[in-house]
Design a binder for this molecule. Structure first.
Ligand code: SF4
Length: 252
């Protein structure tokens, strides 16, 4: 599929999401599968059948403000490179902004840089990064076809989880990245990324395996590659999640 076709698909997707939100506002929280299977929604939207679109109230769009801002990834990155807004700036070697295609259809969001990432200034470059590369390859994509970033851009000390105030301070960078890239689908890697982006507290095991609507973008939650290194038996679940994403991309 060409980028132009993808843009058309994006427009259709936004129309569908807008329609679904109007239905939600009118109190319609579920559509029968038979109806979905014969509607234009189905041809386009595997997520609509499986996702929170029909199960969760649509939040106010956080991206609306940033969509009106004319800026590039390079401009956002140069701002991030000089950022000292939160305490994570104190121990960083590099700001790890993100890598990949500026108009990627698939965007991966992890938690925060680890030691290798901090040293190299690139997300997902250690053992977990190698596993993510394998996942991307299994999706019949190349690392340079997707965009990869984290919820916070600077390494938390001793690889601890980012604190709430650090995640909040860094959130605008992530929103702006998403706003510029306009991915067709986002894959959230691990609990911290899921809780940060979707702002929900449900266990990841209950959130994975279906699409969620976040600012009109289908979002798939799945396990972090570092978790898979410790729990290789869970790889099959990630593969199942990835297959849903691939099916969605094929339909688009
Ligand atoms: S983690 Fe984000 S908010 Fe904190 S210093 Fe780094 S770039 Fe700035």
């Amino acid at each position: 599929m060409t980028r132009d076709q993808g843009e058309t698909g994006n427009g259709v997707r936004r129309q569908i999401v807008g329609h679904l939100r109007r239905l939600q506002a009118e109190g319609v929280w579920a559509l029968p599968r038979a109806q979905a299977s014969t509607s234009p929604t189905t041809a386009h939207g595997a997520p609509a059948r499986q996702s929170g679109l029909f199960e969760e109230p649509a939040p106010e769009s956080e991206l609306a403000h940033y969509r009106d801002v004319d800026e590039t990834l390079e401009q956002i990155e140069s701002e991030a490179l000089a950022c000292t807004t939160c305490r994570l700036c104190e121990g960083r070697t590099h700001v790890v902004f993100g890598v990949g295609a500026p108009r990627a259809r698939v965007m991966f969001i992890g938690e925060g840089p680890g030691r290798d990432e901090d040293l190299q200034g690139e997300p997902f470059v250690g053992r977990a990064g190698k596993l993510l590369n394998d996942i991307i390859k299994a999706m019949k994509l190349r690392r340079e076809d997707v965009y990869i970033t984290n919820a916070v851009k600077c390494r938390p000390p001793k690889n601890r989880n980012p604190e709430a105030d650090e995640l909040a301070a860094c959130r605008h960078f992530l929103l702006r990245q998403v706003s510029v890239i306009e991915p067709d689908v986002i894959i959230l890697l691990g609990r911290v990324a899921v809780q940060t982006v979707l702002q929900v507290r449900a266990p990841l095991g209950r959130l994975r395996g279906r699409f969620h609507d976040w600012n009109g973008i289908p979002v798939m939650c799945t396990y972090h590659p570092a978790y898979l290194l410790r729990n290789p038996a869970e790889k099959s679940k990630v593969w199942a999640d990835v297959q849903l994403v691939m099916a969605f991309l094929d339909q688009e």
